[in-house]
Design a protein around this ligand. Structure first.
Ligand SMILES: C[S@@+](CC[C@H](N)C(=O)[O-])C[C@H]1O[C@@H](n2cnc3c(N)ncnc32)[C@H](O)[C@@H]1O
Length: 208
């Protein structure tokens, strides 16, 4: 989310460490406030990314990794499109605890800025929605997403427009494309959190 103050607490851009980010989301999960806020603010990231995935991936039995799954809003949207086989990971234990029971096969609390404890080439799709933003998950995580995704699979993500260039996302994506590791399928400015005047790039890339 951008530099604008979108909540009733510390603006996201003031967060500096992973520990601060974890506490921020643990607190936001209380009384279902994260889910309620996303609903009130008409947060469209999960819907837009699931819609784009469904346009290109017709097989509903594929295995999906939801990186930064939070409370499971992406899983809920994927389910509407008929997908049912997904795992999730997030740094916030409290948000993970809000994920509806049996929505995900596996849920792990972990730091996506570290190596993901998964073998190479095991997922058909990696989704990462709302998680590439201030002090959250860094551009290097894209290397890990490519590593765990099968050849001809997809990675689908949003990147807060305010950090796209300054935090090295553009250069990381350009480098993965020029090394023929991924190919752009869709890349556009999404609505994301338009009610709060926060925009994000939405990318869908094929893993080569
Ligand atoms: C804006 S929320 C998006 C959550 C969910 N994908 C959604 O669309 O509702 C950002 C998520 O990134 C997670 N996150 C931030 N830094 C992380 C890290 N280093 N490793 C794993 N998850 C992280 C937060 O806990 C939070 O759930």
């Amino acid at each position: 989310m951008s530099q604008k103050d979108i909540g009733n607490k510390t603006p996201l851009h003031e967060l500096k460490t992973t520990k601060e980010v974890m506490k921020y989301y643990d607190d936001w999960s209380k009384d279902n406030k994260y889910n309620n806020d996303m609903n009130d603010w008409e947060y469209s990231g999960p819907k837009e990314t699931s819609q784009i995935l469904a346009k290109y991936q017709k097989d509903k039995n594929i295995k999906i990794y939801d990186a930064g799954c939070g409370s499971g809003l992406v899983g809920l949207e994927l389910k509407k499109y008929g997908y049912s086989n997904f795992d999730g990971a997030d740094i916030s234990k409290e948000l993970i605890n809000k994920v509806p029971i049996n929505l995900y096969n596996e849920l792990k609390q972990l730091d996506l800025n570290k190596k993901i404890p998964k073998k190479n080439d095991i997922y058909d799709v990696v989704m990462c929605v709302g998680t590439f933003t201030f002090a959250h998950v860094k551009a290097q995580a894209l290397d890990e997403f490519v590593r765990i995704t099968k050849k001809n699979g997809f990675i689908c993500f949003t990147i807060n427009e305010a950090i796209y260039i300054d935090y090295g996302f553009k250069s990381k994506i350009d480098s993965l494309v020029s090394c023929n590791l991924i190919k752009e399928i869709e890349f556009f400015k999404s609505n994301y959190l338009a009610s709060k005047d926060v925009n994000a790039w939405l990318g869908l890339y094929k893993v080569l």
